[in-house]
Design a protein around this ligand. Structure first.
Ligand code: NAD
Length: 433
């Protein structure tokens, strides 16, 4: 089949590339011409493991193209996939400006029947709005599909090719076989629903995962006070199949471009129908507070931060991505700067993106993790990049002004810390040293 993917970001680029792998021809469209120019040079505008090799292979073999001409691509396609951003408005509601504009452009370009499939995360009822916008811009027939995306940055290719499930929200049964063919080879677990339920599945899934994270973080906070170890608690809980072990890692909380905005959007979706989603409001509040635990631990260990030198390991909201949107590191670094600390930061991939959003004369940009530790009064680990596992902690401790490590992701075991000379504080576990 011939596909156009509109929006060549983390979702659109990966989806577009992966749909070439089961025999489709794909044009990825973006209005950002710089992105398209880079992609045509076989250079990915985002960091995602494995993406550049697939871009190169599929461009060379003629199954993949990049363009900023939405109209031409739409006219040549059977299926048009909407994968533009739906960021938060200050109210917490999803900003639908990009998706509505894209829908209007698709309508204006259409010259015959198309299937329009929404991968962007959109509030319940948005696909109906998309239908109205397209219908107002074209006399041609079309069908709408809500196919929310569940990929995770950092493992996006694997997640797309081997998803736990694919959700297809439709209102015309004739579209179902086309959707099955489109996803052929990815998984047999295709759940076909009505459009509103598909839209809700995405928000409910992200809200539930965020709830698991905030839940285990609160358990961790209690563990610290009662002398229990949250990693052992989580392991014991997770073996219960009704609970499951994933998303029970205590830490400084979730960030990224999805959980923060989708939880807030769901609170608004509920609020718009006069329902107060009390549980989810607490999940968000717990998450907002959790990151400042790093500051509390710093104060307990070194007192005032004015004039202190603090190393920061990790700026991305999670490892294996360059995405710093809503990363807890942002507020932590800002707070450190505000309290007068000199902040020595290191991230293996995301430092440039972070620096574009926030820079300050008190920040020292380091090219090695050891450099961020040297001379510091404490090091704080904010992203669990695997590179931090390989550091010689004893050697590092000997270069610090005060050998204090605050591990916001519980990356290290007791055995790795013992004998290093470090004073070690983590989340929901007994301190060491
Ligand atoms: P992104 O910001 O990385 O990319 C969006 C792209 O759309 C940008 O490159 C932008 O230039 C382009 N764009 C906007 N309007 C356009 C138009 N009219 N024509 C052409 N291009 C246009 O966004 P993302 O992270 O890929 O997220 C896209 C959607 O997928 C969001 O709704 C998000 O919630 C959802 N989602 C994201 C993830 C994730 O991990 N990033 C996972 C699941 C779902």
């Amino acid at each position: 089949m011939k596909l156009t993917v509109i929006g060549t970001g983390y979702v659109g680029l990966v989806s577009g590339v992966c749909f070439t792998l089961n025999g489709n021809h794909v044009v990825c469209v973006d209005k950002d011409e710089e992105k398209i120019a880079k992609l045509n040079q076989m250079e990915s505008p985002i960091y995602e493991p494995g993406i550049e090799a697939l871009i190169e292979m599929n461009l060379r073999e003629g199954r993949l193209a990049f363009s900023s001409d939405l109209g031409e691509s739409v006219r040549r396609s059977d299926i048009v996939i909407l994968a533009v951003g739906t960021p938060s408005l200050p109210s917490g509601e999803a900003n639908l400006e990009y998706i509505e504009n894209a829908a209007a452009e698709v309508g204006q370009a259409m010259d015959g029947y198309k299937i329009i499939m929404t991968k962007s995360t959109v509030p319940v009822g948005t696909n109906e709005k998309i239908r109205q916008i397209i219908a107002a811009n074209t006399p041609h027939p079309f069908d709408i599909v809500s196919a929310p995306e569940f990929l995770r940055e950092g493992s996006a290719i694997r997640d797309t090719l081997h998803p736990d499930r694919i959700i297809i929200g439709i209102d015309n049964p004739k579209v179902e076989p086309v959707m099955r063919e489109l996803h052929q080879g990815f998984t047999d677990k295709i759940v076909v629903t009505d459009i509103r339920s598909a839209e809700m599945i995405k928000y409910a899934s992200n809200a539930f995962l965020a709830t698991k994270i905030s839940f285990i973080n609160e358990i961790a906070n209690i563990c610290e006070k009662v002398g229990a170890d949250v990693t052992e608690v989580a392991e014991g809980m997770g073996l219960d199949k009704r609970i499951g072990s994933s998303f029970l890692q205590a830490g400084i909380g979730y960030g990224g471009s999805c959980f923060p905005k989708d939880t807030k959007a769901l609170i608004q979706i509920a609020g718009n129908v006069d329902y107060e989603f009390k549980l989810l409001k607490s999940v968000v509040e717990v998450n907002t507070d959790q990151r400042f635990m790093i500051l509390d631990k710093l104060h307990e260990s070194i007192g005032s931060l004015a004039g202190a030198m603090v190393g920061v390991w990790g700026l991305a909201f999670k490892p294996n991505t360059d995405d710093v949107r809503e990363s807890p590191a942002r507020e932590i670094v800002e707070a450190l700067v505000k309290e007068g600390a000199i902040v020595k930061v290191f991230d293996p991939i995301a430092a440039d993106n972070f620096r574009k959003q926030y820079d300050h004369p008190q920040i020292r940009w380091c090219t090695l993790p050891e450099e961020a530790a040297e001379g510091s009064d404490a090091v704080t680990l904010l992203t669990d990049w695997s590179v931090f596992k390989d550091i010689d902690l004893a050697k590092m401790a000997s270069t610090m002004r005060r050998p204090i490590l605050i591990d916001g992701r519980n990356l290290y075991t007791k055995a790795q810390i013992e004998g290093t000379g470090l004073e070690y504080h983590s989340v929901g576990r007994p301190s060491l040293g």
